[in-house]
Design a protein around this ligand. Structure first.
Ligand SMILES: Nc1nc2c(ncn2[C@@H]2O[C@H](COP(=O)(O)OP(=O)(O)O)[C@@H](O)[C@H]2O)c(=O)[nH]1
Ligand SMILES: [Mg+2]
Length: 456
């Protein structure tokens, strides 16, 4: 990644490039106002008035004096801006040629195009946000559904940071106790007992582990659940896909081997979001196209969070189904029996949780989706109640912190010298501080900010 500096002025389009009603261009830097003054006749007057934020409508002129667009100017002073630097926001008309011209004028005025996430990076460097909040900004932009957006927004406001700050405080307090007892070791005062501390540490470990496992749920909330339909040909996978999507997306036919490409669709249901993949039925076939379809299906299987094994409820679970089932790799499997309307007798059930449906009846749509939602743990999940991690970095570090604490508690249990406990507590503390961005290096920051869009 190119080097980020803090002493220059950066600019970027913050809205998607294309034709739209309006577009927003951001300029940030200590000298942002000076850089823009030649593009706006009122700039000097507005800056001198010193009232921020400051908003007005005025033509934006090129350095040659020609009018480029009528725009809304908004000035934020460094104390009130997102980045912690003087910031100019230009709302222009969403015409790609206007946008390009304005960006060109800004470059002529001495502004550098911003790198991805550079505005948020500057906010972090200027202590407007900690790293957990910066990542929450990213989550807020990326999140597919309302629940994840709500969590992300709470974390932009600092809710999750507060949790980590509490952990940091606890670790600092323990370290202080341990270190005091080291100082007084000659006086033989039993200031504190390591087994008692070890018990407290275990409570914190349990909490951290909860947070780590919340990440999986967080992923489901943020990016949706990848669901792949598998099973024999002609059991009704494509019909089920169409039922769940509420549209005739995949071709349904009584001819076995119809589906070859993986057919995909997205569906939202009660706050959850599912990406569905319909695949070619699994069977040995001589047809080279169908073979390719079966191969593609296998790939979709390996990417799935959840497999839905489709079988015929009217026929019941068959040996052939069992063989395919045993050939499946990874991911959780649940079962949906189709053609329930044709069922006239009790039939052998599949080897796991199942529902039986008639794919031609709309009422079964909610039933199947609720079933999947519950099986992946999204239904009983209450994001308002606990802590949900939306970023892999945070989950990985929590795991490291809890591993260090496990060591600390082991040493504590053995009643060994406090200095050994202190070593692992310090490791844990370093991990928490890395989560919060109190300790960082370029590599850490690169990893956090590379996923941002330009202009954020
Ligand atoms: N009666 C009835 N027929 C179904 C049902 N689901 C699928 N079918 C029929 O079964 C055949 C195969 O369906 P399709 O969705 O193409 O199966 P796929 O090969 O697994 O994708 C088609 O003729 C469908 O109309 C169902 O729930 N009830
Ligand atoms: Mg099909």
């Amino acid at each position: 990644m190119e080097e980020r500096k803090l002493n220059d002025t950066v600019c970027a389009l913050a809205t998607p490039f294309g034709t739209s009603a309006l577009a927003l261009i951001r300029v940030s830097g200590v000298h942002a106002f000076e850089k823009c003054r030649r593009l706006s006749r009122s700039m000097d007057k507005k800056v001198q008035a010193g009232i921020f934020p400051c908003v007005w409508v005025e033509d934006l002129r090129g350095l040659d004096g020609n009018t480029i667009d009528q725009v809304v100017w908004t000035l934020f002073s460094e104390t009130r801006s997102y980045t912690g630097e003087n910031t100019v926001e230009i709302s222009c008309h969403g015409n790609p040629s206007i946008i390009e011209t304005i960006l060109k004028e800004l470059a002529l005025a001495g502004c550098r195009p911003a790198l991805p996430g550079e505005f948020t990076y500057r906010a972090f460097m200027n202590d407007k946000l900690d790293l957990v909040q910066a990542e929450a900004v990213l989550s807020l932009i990326e999140s597919e559904n309302l629940m994840a957006q709500r969590i992300a927004l709470q974390n932009v406001h600092g809710k999750l940071s507060l949790r980590f700050l509490e952990v940091e405080q606890t670790l600092i307090r323990w370290l202080a106790q341990v270190e005091v007892s080291l100082d007084f070791v000659e006086e033989d005062v039993p200031l504190f007992s390591t087994p008692k501390l070890a018990a407290e540490i275990r409570i914190l470990i349990a909490q951290l582990r909860d947070w780590v496992s919340s990440y999986q749920q967080g992923q489901f909330l943020k990016s949706g659940v990848q669901v792949t339909l598998v099973g024999r040909p002609n059991v009704g996978k494509s019909s089920l896909l169409n039922l769940l999507l509420g549209e005739e997306k995949a071709i349904v036919s009584e001819i076995a081997g119809t589906t070859r490409d993986v057919v995909e669709g997205h569906v939202r249901f009660e706050g959850s979001s599912f990406h569905l993949h319909d695949t070619a039925g699994i069977r040995a076939t001589q047809d080279s196209l169908e073979k390719m379809g079966v191969e593609r299906g296998r790939k979709a299987q390996s990417r799935a969070d959840q497999l839905v094994f489709v079988y015929e409820a009217n026929e019941g679970w068959r040996e052939e189904d069992q063989r395919i089932f045993e050939g499946l790799t990874s991911a959780g499997v649940l079962f949906v029996g189709t053609k329930r309307d044709l069922k006239s007798r009790e039939t052998p059930p599949p080897p796991g949780p199942f529902v039986e449906v008639n794919s031609r009846e709309d009422v079964f749509r909610a039933e199947v989706l609720a079933f999947i939602q519950e099986r992946v743990g999204l239904k009983k999940f209450d994001p308002g109640a606990g802590t949900v991690l939306l970023q892999a970095r945070q989950a990985d570090l929590c795991e490291k912190v809890s591993a260090a604490l496990v060591e600390a508690s082991k040493v504590g249990d053995q009643g060994l010298a406090p200095e050994f406990v202190a070593v692992f507590l310090r490791q844990a503390l370093a991990g928490v501080q890395e989560i919060l961005g109190k300790r960082y290096d370029d590599e850490i920051l690169d990893r956090v900010f590379r996923d941002f869009c330009i202009g954020k």
